[in-house]
Design a binder for this molecule. Structure first.
Ligand code: NDP
Ligand code: GDR
Length: 377
């Protein structure tokens, strides 16, 4: 009999990769989706087949993390062996505009799901998508023993959910794990997170669709990894003898400014920075021949829009993932430069431009490992 997994947040970046990964491992995969007035399943459409067909192993169910009755029904109906709780209002900047809603979905949503599991009596394992944002202002490097210092409503909601997960483990013996994942990105990253915003913006500038990229704090530093490698860890955590909590990251930190420079340089556009703070501008100094009808030296291609600043910022995140390497045998393969190339190539393809192709090659090699389930083991 196939193992059954239930994924909340299946329409998101991680949910789509995790669904692919679990299907490749022979799981029957069930996902919670929200009803929307337009299609919101583009990241998983390639996995969907008519549920009336024989042998189908992929099922979607309507529900919402604010609706505890439906969550309980779903646990009863699916009787999952593993629950991956990835659903959340996941945007940090937006959480300042919607603090109550973020607490409701990102924080209380976790409690609702934990309660649905407890009340149903279904024996299942539980993965909580915890976040490096919980470390907030704690000095780097951050590991499992670093005290949390959340700097946003989102981070505070995740800290609450983290402790609720531990409480259900200790109070009710639930096999529950927190994956404290540092930022992870991919061509499927939401368009308003900074990495994707940069690679998409760059491709639009090269295609002549946009003139400039408007960003916020260029000096924030993040530990950016590649999402498919991270969802494997979510699965690995639930395959251990004992439930535990793990930090997952690359151990490299880079600024938003460096991400911009790396992306532009990769396609043959060099920048220099002029001005400080909100006056900062990214100005083109040289351009590869093939783009010279779109941009030219002297053009301002990056400007600051204070709208993207956060009332409280997280300055530096840097993972110490020693425990995951030791206990899960996990090590990331895709480093910063490769990640940038993968994302730039993918966005250039999307707008019909020929990309340098190094990222696509990395992605292709990676996909072979991925489908053979030998990515990191
Ligand atoms: P996304 O923003 O791409 O996806 C979020 C998912 O949650 C979407 O499927 C979304 O559905 C769903 N969702 C939002 N609100 C609700 C709701 N009220 N009820 C049901 N589902 C809802 O996030 P990621 O894939 O990047 O991240 C997955 C999880 O991991 C999130 O919990 C995130 O906070 C956490 N995380 C992410 C990290 C990262 O770097 N990516 C790092 C650490 C933690 P819809 O498509 O309908 O909007
Ligand atoms: P983050 O990711 O807040 O770390 O949360 P995001 O990409 O939004 O921001 C990273 C850093 O970039 C700075 N920044 C900008 N950010 C955005 N979104 N847009 C901009 O224009 C911009 N300019 C600069 C930000 O200030 C910040 O310092 C992500 C989410 O996936 C969370 O759900 C997850 O928990 C954490 O990563 C780990």
């Amino acid at each position: 009999m196939a193992l059954r997994a239930l994924i909340t947040g299946i329409t998101g970046q991680d949910g789509s990769y995790l669904a692919e990964f679990l299907l490749s491992k022979g799981y029957e995969v069930h996902g919670l989706i929200r009803r929307a007035s337009t299609f919101n399943t583009h990241r998983i459409d390639h996995l969907y087949t008519d549920p009336h067909n024989p042998g189908v192993r992929f099922f979607l169910h309507y529900g919402d993390l604010s609706d505890s009755g439906q969550l309980t029904n779903l646990i009863y109906e699916v009787q999952p062996h593993e629950v991956y709780h990835l659903g959340a209002q996941s945007h940090v900047r937006v959480s300042f505009d919607m603090p109550e809603y973020t607490g409701e979905v990102t924080g209380l949503g976790t409690t609702r799901l934990l309660e649905a599991i407890r009340r149903s009596g279904v024996k299942t394992k539980f993965y909580q998508a915890s976040s490096s944002e919980m470390f907030g202002a704690a000095p780097p490097p951050q590991n499992e023993s670093t005290p949390f210092y959340p700097r946003s409503p989102y981070a505070a909601a995740k800290v609450y959910a983290y402790w609720m997960t531990i409480n259900y483990r200790e109070a009710y013996g639930l096999f529950a794990c927190n994956g404290i994942l540092f930022n992870h990105e991919s061509p499927r990253r939401g368009e308003t997170f900074v990495t994707r915003k940069i690679t998409r913006g760059l491709s639009h500038i090269l295609a002549g669709k946009e003139k400039k990229l408007y960003l916020g704090n260029l000096d924030a530093r993040r530990d950016w990894g590649f999402a498919p490698e991270y969802v494997m860890c979510q699965w690995l955590m639930l395959q251990q003898e004992e439930p535990d909590d793990y930090v997952i990251g690359t151990g490299e930190t880079h600024s938003v400014r460096e991400f911009v420079e790396e992306a532009f340089t990769y396609v043959g556009v060099e920048l220099e920075w002029k001005g400080r703070g909100v006056e900062t501008k990214g100005i083109v100094t040289s351009v590869r021949e093939e783009w010279s009808d779109r941009i030219a030296p002297g053009d301002v291609v990056v400007e600051i829009d204070p709208r993207y600043f956060r009332p409280t910022e997280v300055d530096v995140l840097l993972a110490d993932a020693t425990k995951a390497e030791r206990k899960l045998g996990w090590k990331p393969r895709v480093a910063f430069t490769q990640l940038v190339r993968i994302m730039v190539d993918a966005d250039m393809e999307r707008v019909g431009l020929t990309s340098p192709g190094e990222g696509l090659k990395i992605l292709k090699d990676h996909d072979i490992l991925w489908t053979q389930n030998t990515l990191t083991m």
